[in-house]
Design a protein around this ligand. Structure first.
Ligand code: SF4
Ligand code: SF4
Length: 357
């Protein structure tokens, strides 16, 4: 039996919680925004259950269970089972290399919303060079197939970087063949401790824009139905990154610290000394985040490229030594400017093509 959460009158409501069960991971992905030397903390199971209970009492609905690699947690299945008991809509972020025989059936009975895994290439030489774990490509693919075959919804995320910039179309085809949903990200983020050497793997602007052009060529509806970036509408809008991170959701790391998102080391509270409800309703850091709007970015106010801009507070913070979320890295503006030109040219070509039919 599961318990359906009853929404409480907490304002603003907390709809989504991401929980890092453990920061430990069996992969060492070259682009990972979690510093590898901090991947050594695990949450106690009773502490996890306490957070679930508090979240349930606050009317919480969506729950992301992540890591590190969450299946490394010794009570992984027990924890997912408890989350299902509370009636949360569960999304598991995992590399799936540790899905043991029969686990797919256990997960099926828990009625998960989705299981999400990264697949960088269907070629083991490319995928494994990114994860630094030999055999990981075949294990991840086999686990995705097993889950899909028993009816667990699966989602494949494909961050695109230098190593897999030529092989991601193969991942799209493969995802379709197993009935998995798919998304890609051509712009990886600096590490949360502001060491930026993982960005050596990031695509250049030219390479990232070639990905966009390829996507538009292969899927004419891509820009209309799934914009790369949501765009901002007016000056008083809360920025999308804040909406995503803190308007209705928070992240809890394995040490019990509450953060806006996994990629941003901005501490909002500590669940070892505060309740989730107390942090959500009274944290001065959250209150401050809620006040940030376009007014804090004067150069953005009348920017022609704003609909094509991927600027985010966490991306800003991780790319400067002071961790200042309001300092925009210059390449963000150049990328937005060139994205607008590409999309504009593509619309012009498409309109001309339609006229000539
Ligand atoms: S599997 Fe995820 S957490 Fe582990 S190293 Fe790769 S990106 Fe980081
Ligand atoms: S492109 Fe630059 S100036 Fe324009 S909205 Fe984005 S960050 Fe602001």
């Amino acid at each position: 039996m599961c318990v359906t959460p009853t929404r409480k009158t907490i304002s603003p409501p907390l709809y989504s919680l991401q929980l890092e069960l453990t920061s430990r991971c069996n992969e060492r992905c070259v682009h990972c925004y979690i510093p590898h030397d901090t991947k050594n903390v695990e949450m106690d199971t009773p502490f996890v259950f306490r957070i679930f209970e508090e979240y349930r009492d606050m009317g919480g609905q969506d729950l992301i269970i992540s890591g590190g690699e969450p299946m490394l947690h010794s009570s992984f299945l027990e924890i997912v089972d408890k989350a299902a008991f509370y009636g949360f809509r569960i999304n598991i972020f995992t590399n799936l290399t540790l899905l043991t025989n029969g686990m797919e059936m256990s997960l099926k009975t828990l009625n998960l919303k989705i299981v999400s895994a990264s697949l960088y290439s269907v070629a083991p030489s490319v995928h494994d060079a990114i994860t630094k774990l030999p055999g990981s490509c075949e294990k991840t693919k086999a686990a995705l197939i097993r889950l899909s075959q028993v009816g667990v919804p699966v989602f494949i995320c494909c961050p695109i970087m230098k190593q897999n910039k030529d092989s991601y179309p193969g991942v799209i085809q493969w995802a379709k063949s197993i009935d998995a949903s798919f998304s890609y990200d051509p712009w990886i983020m600096a590490r949360s401790d502001r060491t930026i050497d993982n960005l050596e793997n990031r695509l250049t602007e030219d390479e990232a824009l070639r990905v966009l052009e390829t996507v538009l060529e292969n899927d004419p509806g891509a820009w209309d139905k799934e914009r790369f970036y949501p765009g901002y509408k007016n000056i008083d809008d809360v920025l999308p990154c804040v909406q995503n991170a803190c308007s209705h959701s928070v992240y809890v790391n394995a040490a019990g610290l509450v953060l806006p998102s996994p990629a941003w080391n901005c501490v909002l509270g500590d669940l070892h000394i505060q309740t989730l409800s107390d942090i959500w309703q009274n944290s001065s850091a959250i209150k401050r985040l809620h006040t940030i709007s376009l007014k804090d970015f004067p150069k953005c106010e009348n920017c022609a490229d704003i609909q094509f801009c991927g600027m985010s507070l966490e991306g800003n913070a991780n790319e400067n030594a002071k961790g200042d979320p309001l300092r925009i890295p210059p390449h963000i503006c150049e990328l937005a400017r060139r994205t607008r030109l590409i999309v504009h040219n593509w619309h012009t070509k498409r309109a001309a093509y339609a006229r000539n039919q």
